[in-house]
Design a protein. Structure first.
Length: 309
């Protein structure tokens, strides 16, 4: 775990305008994270998730609710280019910047043929829609053209939407950052506003957010800390990581009204090997090494209410 990053966030979270300072520091420390080439390299992953989502829920004509817009909403724009009817995208803080969105559109344009092939959208239609987004003079116009309604800050615990409003409830690398009591409330609200034939698609990170970069680095070394130590240093207004394992998320989904359709687990084999010598906090001792080593889980679930006749 990178102690310098932990301490920096710990201090920054206690300063005025912490969110703005954090955004500036992210840009300064990693200026290329939202470059066209960097975004382009991440698009195949988003395509994979959306392609699997489309097996359970057609995206064309769908009403989409997205939890956690983030800084670079690639999946959001791709869902729009798949002809989603409308996308309501919400976040706890306002992060979107027009410059990043412009880079995102250019990255998507560079991958148009691949996107067309994977998602089944004609290349001509895709390029025409991308061209319209490129012509947008500002962020608001771009979002309007993409049929995206952006709300931030927003309380996703108590939306104002009627029940059964959305075909898709989408979140990418969000649920792991939410304290468990809040997460339970979000699950209840998600089940309420998702149609009985709809799908919740969740990409959940189950890894140390402060891990050293590189394939060889452990992704789960943060499991050695007690909740007291972990929460003291890392739970603040700039971030939180609940350290729930994939098994916990699956149980949480099912306990709050969802039936699991499919999941895809990502495991670092080195972590399974290293767990025999790794010190683990007592709260994680009832998990198998294979369960602990999952560092990402893609979960597709449907409201269980669809089973009621």
């Amino acid at each position: 775990m990178r102690a310098s990053k932990v301490v920096t966030q710990f201090v920054m979270a206690r300063l005025p305008f912490a969110n703005s300072l954090y955004d500036l520091s992210r840009s300064a420390l990693n200026p290329n994270v939202h470059s066209v080439s960097a975004i382009q390299s991440r698009i195949p992953d988003y395509l994979d998730v959306i392609s699997r989502l489309s097996k359970y829920q057609p995206i064309t004509g769908a009403d989409v609710f997205e939890l956690g817009t983030g800084w670079c909403p690639a999946a959001t724009i791709l869902l729009s280019l798949c002809n989603a009817k409308r996308i309501v995208s919400v976040d706890h803080a306002r992060h979107l910047k027009f410059g990043v969105m412009r880079n995102l559109i250019l990255a998507i344009e560079a991958e148009a043929r691949v996107i067309s092939s994977v998602l089944g959208v004609s290349t001509k239609t895709l390029k025409d829609n991308i061209s319209k987004l490129k012509q947008a003079p500002n962020l608001e116009s771009l979002l309007d053209e993409a049929r995206i309604s952006y709300h931030a800050p927003y309380d996703a615990l108590s939306t104002t939407f009627p029940g059964n409003s959305f075909d898709i409830y989408f979140n990418y690398s969000v649920l792991e950052n939410i304290p468990l009591p809040v997460l339970i409330g979000l699950m209840q609200e998600a089940e309420r506003i998702t149609k009985k034939t709809g799908v919740m698609a969740s990409v959940v990170g189950c890894q140390d957010p402060f891990a050293e970069p590189g394939r060889e680095a452990s992704k789960i070394r943060y499991l050695k800390y007690s909740d007291t130590v972990w929460n003291f240093w890392t739970s603040h207004r700039l971030g939180h990581n609940n350290r729930l394992r994939e098994r916990d998320f699956l149980t949480l989904f099912e306990a709050h009204g969802f039936s699991i359709l499919d999941k895809n687990s990502y495991v670092n084999p080195l972590d399974i090997e290293n767990l025999s010598q790794m010190r683990i906090d007592s709260k994680f001792l009832n998990y198998s090494p294979e369960e602990l080593a999952v560092f990402r889980s893609d979960i597709f679930a449907r409201p269980a209410k669809h089973e009621v006749s």
